[in-house]
Design a protein around this ligand. Structure first.
Ligand code: ADP
Length: 627
């Protein structure tokens, strides 16, 4: 209630009870990160300009129509004042009282209770309840608001308060359109009259405010909020310039996704894939680099949880009008709108990449070679989107040319009739994979095998487990069920055996005796063509490649080779000769058997200590030289 104490039209008012509480918190409890008050006041100024722009579309006659829409910051280092002016919509007498003398919230008490608890730790919360203006009192012992509305018949008003004992309001002569806020800085806040300090704060928090912010005649914010503009009106160079700014980069982006949506959420997002992946060069983990804005005002730089962690290579801006303007950083991740943004935008990004991969596979391959590791991480960690991310995986395969890649979808299209699983095999290079024994069965059955070259790949495949209803299996697993293999096995059994069943038993018996508990079993192989023996993995959950990685990275991991199976190929001359040798010279046959096992381990890249076989090799070479 106004209590007129001055006949010269100075009205003195008490603050609404809620405002008093807010001010009490602001003045007495908040000590850290005070500089955000600059952002709050600039964002109010930008809002006022935006609203003015809107009004000016429908109003014919406007006061001070010639003024260009900008925000001006002045400071007086001697007088310790900071002034923030806009030429926006301004306020009438009644608006001043309702807008900055009271809090318009329903349920304000409830909000205040929360604010009182949390605000002690988090000054960002001050704006969450639409009370950003009062943050001025963190640094000011007195605040004056000089304001004049945009209509011709409006007059100017001056509001003034120390934030404690209510406020005064009186007419003010000679004002321009808009609002000027003059802060008389507290003794411990004189910094905020320092132009360099203020410029730094503006650059940090308000750089994308879509109106020029002038400090001492110099425009401080450099980049426009191009993400809210119409795509068709934005030039390539503008995008690139913005990318360079937002990503702090010097290169050109590889991909750009600019999209807007109104429902179910208002979104303006502009995201870039940079050219380089610095994680590859050992620069440590990249930090997420997408900023969150609300109506062009920065809410948080690179907030966690805005996008899935594996998308941290993206750069850019996400803007949503649905966010509360001053939502706190700490509570961002729990905010339901942020969660929805995360969902909508990451799905959009996945779709975008899939389309890019289809429309320009070569360009996508470049992207894949640089950022593939992030997508693999996505398959491992992003459970909800696993299948969508998997769509984007690319591997060389037995059916691609060297250096060319294929997708899981393309693999499925080429699958043989009756083939149930997708097969992959790990090796450091195409040549090594192809020269080993593991591909033989697949080759003779014309079944494609994906080549996984990176150590992490088998973990990716194992986490993915299946794709489009097809199991993903490592080619070194024991019970291969290749469609043609079955047929061949039956035919083979009809054919005259190269060595008799009994002889096979003798030789597997010899091997079992020699190898003892080094292996789980020694059996006749139905998959080998040109190799005498192969180590296979009865343990489907962990391929040999995974065992290797575990061994290399975890000292305590002891791979249990005694769980491996050795398969022998009775058609191979070495095995056939071994049968005869065993009758002639059992000792030497044992030596050969041991070497056979070690060779199979080498082919599986599982032999840890090759030096132990050197002596044995000499013995074998000596014998061979006798012949
Ligand atoms: P919020 O901006 O979240 O509503 P604030 O406490 O920051 O909360 O501001 C309260 C109200 O004061 C604003 O909604 C607006 O109507 C008015 N206001 C603040 N600053 C300005 C300004 N520079 N020009 C015009 N109106 C303003």
């Amino acid at each position: 209630m106004p209590t007129n104490t001055d006949t010269n039209t100075v009205e003195t008012h008490q603050f609404q009870a809620e405002v008093n509480k807010v001010l009490d918190i602001v003045i007495n409890s908040l000590y850290t990160n005070r500089e955000i008050f600059v952002r709050e006041l600039i964002s109010n100024a930008a809002d006022a300009l935006e609203r003015f722009r809107h009004e000016s579309l429908t109003h014919k006659e406007i006061f001070d129509d010639h003024l260009s829409l900008e925000i001006t910051i002045d400071m007086d280092e001697k007088a310790h004042t900071l002034t923030i002016s806009d030429v926006g919509i301004g306020m009438t007498h009644d608006e001043v009282i309702t807008n900055i003398g009271s809090i318009a919230h329903s349920g304000a008490q409830h909000f205040l209770a929360q604010l009182a608890d949390k605000a002690k730790n988090d000054v960002n919360l001050i704006g969450q309840f639409g009370v950003g203006f009062y943050s001025a009192f963190m640094t000011a012992k007195n605040v004056r608001v000089l304001t004049r509305g945009f209509r011709l018949d409006d007059i100017g008003w001056e509001w003034s308060s120390d934030g404690k004992s209510g406020y005064t309001i009186q007419p003010a002569e000679g004002l321009r359109r808009g609002t000027k806020i003059i802060l008389e800085l507290k003794d411990d806040a004189h910094d905020f009259a320092n132009p360099d300090n203020v410029k730094r704060i503006i650059k940090q928090y308000s750089n994308f405010v879509p109106f020029p912010i002038m400090v001492k005649g110099e425009k401080v914010n450099t980049v426009q909020a191009i993400w809210t503009r119409n795509k068709n009106e934005i030039k390539e160079e503008e995008y690139t310039e913005f990318y360079k700014f937002v990503a702090n980069a010097f290169d050109d982006p590889v991909y750009r996704l600019h999209f807007s949506a109104d429902a179910p959420l208002s979104i303006n997002a502009l995201l870039f894939v940079p050219k380089e992946n610095f994680e590859r060069f050992g620069f440590g983990k990249m930090e997420s680099s997408v900023d969150l804005h609300c109506r062009k005002v920065l809410i948080a730089k690179h907030p966690e949880g805005l996008l899935p962690e594996w998308m941290r290579f993206l750069r850019g801006v996400i803007d949503s009008e649905d966010l509360p303007l001053n939502i706190s950083r700490e509570t961002l991740q729990d905010n339901s709108i942020v969660k929805k943004l995360n969902q909508v935008i990451s799905n959009k990004m996945l779709k975008f990449l899939d389309e890019e991969a289809k429309s320009d596979p070569n360009k996508y391959l470049e992207f894949w070679n640089t950022f593939g590791a992030f997508l693999k991480e996505g398959v491992i960690n992003d459970f909800a989107r696993r299948a969508e991310v998997a769509k984007l995986l690319r591997f060389e395969s037995s059916k691609t040319e060297k250096g060319k890649v294929t997708s899981l979808n393309e693999y499925i299209e080429r699958m043989q009739e009756g083939q149930k699983a997708i097969y992959y095999f790990n090796g450091p290079s195409r040549e090594i994979i192809e020269s080993g024994p593991y591909l033989e069965a697949f080759r003779s059955n014309d079944i494609e095998v994906l080549y996984t070259h990176e150590p992490i790949d088998d973990f990716v495949m194992s986490h993915l487990h299946e794709y489009e209803g097809k199991k993903l299996l490592s080619a070194d697993q024991a019970d291969l069920e290749l469609p043609k293999l079955k047929k061949e096995k039956e035919e083979e059994e009809k054919e005259a055996e190269p060595i008799t069943k009994k002889q096979v038993e003798t030789i597997t018996g010899l091997l079992k005796k020699v190898l003892g508990d080094k292996v789980k079993d020694v059996v006749e192989s139905h998959r080998l063509v040109g190799s005498p023996a192969i180590i296979v993995n009865p343990d489907n959950t962990m391929s040999s490649a995974m065992k290797r990685v575990m061994q290399a990275t975890n000292k305590d991991f002891k791979s249990d080779y005694s769980q491996l199976t050795l398969e022998i190929n009775p058609k191979h001359p070495l095995i056939q000769k071994l049968v005869l040798l065993q009758e002639r010279n059992e000792n030497f046959a044992k030596t050969i058997a041991e070497q056979l096992y070690d060779n199979a381990l080498i082919a599986a890249d599982l032999l840890l200590e090759p030096r132990s076989m050197v002596d044995r090799m000499y013995k074998i070479l000596e014998k061979a030289s006798e012949a």
